[in-house]
Design a protein around this ligand. Structure first.
Ligand SMILES: [Zn+2]
Length: 347
């Protein structure tokens, strides 16, 4: 038998005169535990060649080949401070740091070898193909895992969307109404936000107190279109990705989606998460701007001689009326339906 390490693996203890080195036998491609142990071993020792279970005999250039792990051994971790030797062709010479843990079906064994040696052993692009398959399946696994993490959150996320569609609708109406009916006031406030939200007073007004800092810079973005943005998320995308919140149902759904669609679905979910966060930031700004405390600051400031506009606000038990004017500009609106937004759930 030309593969003593292999024969030792299947035979019982052959006797006291043989120096017994147990080699593991891998009839099918090893998974989980072996890979983790190997990765840990290499990370700790920088010595892939000492991992128990790897074969040191030359494998044949036929049969199925599987890349299990691609690794970079750390020279500094090695006791000899050198490159790792190739367990197959030069067990005592420094050879490589960048290598692969490979499973070979023909020998039911695993090998830890450098890239160059691997290409010499498995010719005609066989190794490169195995490496490409490995990277592809890793990407696919990562996509599936992330999908499985995110998909069960879709129902909760859509529930958040539905609640915030109404808040967004009111915020849109208020922000565009404000800009349209009081453009000069709007410009003044926008200018204030451009300077950190500070409303400045002329020198003669020093007795008026201050500084007055107002909240909610996003309120002046009148064309934000919060409602349309949330509605687009729900109807164009998430509606198609709602498989319920049961992870098992989601696994079943993922299995039915082609890889390219999985990639797109994942992009949709990620994008939806960040888009919802942007809309939330805007709604939070609107809420903060229209908050009674902020209105009070504005009213106080607008009462000073140098203020370019006058503002009066009436707020009571969740309902408010804001009246603002500057010459012919005036804005009046009721805040019914605008509620405090909550952060979108993780998607
Ligand atoms: Zn070699």
């Amino acid at each position: 038998m030309s593969d003593p390490s292999h024969s030792l693996a299947i035979g019982p203890d052959p006797g006291p005169r043989t120096s017994l080195v147990l080699r593991s036998e891998f009839r099918s491609m090893p998974t989980g535990l072996v890979l983790e142990a190997f990765v840990r071993h290499v990370a700790a020792t920088g010595s892939p060649e000492t991992f128990p279970g790897i074969s040191t005999t030359k494998p044949p250039d036929f049969g199925r080949l599987g890349v299990l792990v691609e690794f970079h051994a750390d020279r500094a971790k090695r006791s000899d401070g050198n490159l790792a030797p190739c367990p197959i062709c030069s067990p005592h010479d420094p050879q490589y740091l960048h290598g692969l843990l490979i499973w070979c079906e023909a020998t039911a064994a695993i090998y830890a070898i450098g890239m160059d040696c691997g290409r010499k052993l498995w010719k005609h692009g066989r190794l490169d193909q195995a490496v490409a398959d490995f990277h592809q399946s890793r990407t696919r696994n990562a996509v599936e895992e992330e999908l499985l993490e995110r998909l069960p959150q879709v129902p909760a996320f859509r529930a958040w969307l539905n609640v915030h569609l109404e808040i967004a609708r009111v915020a849109d109406r208020l922000t565009s109404g404000f800009k349209k009916s009081a453009p000069r006031v709007h410009a003044t406030i926008k200018e204030a936000f451009a300077h950190g939200g500070q409303l400045r007073l002329n020198a003669g007004d020093a007795a008026g107190g201050g500084p007055y800092t107002i909240a909610g810079p996003g309120f002046v973005k009148h064309s934000f279109g919060a409602e349309a943005r949330l509605s687009r998320l729900n109807t164009e995308r998430l509606e198609h990705l709602d498989f319920g919140d049961d992870p098992l149902d989601c696994i079943e759904a993922i299995a039915k989606i082609r890889p390219i669609e999985q990639t797109i679905a994942l992009k949709w979910l990620r994008d939806a998460g960040s888009e919802a966060q942007r809309v939330y930031d805007h709604l939070r700004d609107c809420w903060a701007f229209l908050d009674p405390a902020n209105m009070e600051v504005l009213a106080k400031w607008s009462d000073t001689r140098s203020a370019p506009f006058r503002l009066a606000a009436y707020v009571q038990s969740g309902r408010a009326k804001v009246y603002v004017y500057q010459g012919k500009d005036d804005w009046f609106d009721r805040l019914d339906g605008l509620a405090a937004p909550t952060p979108p759930p993780r998607l």
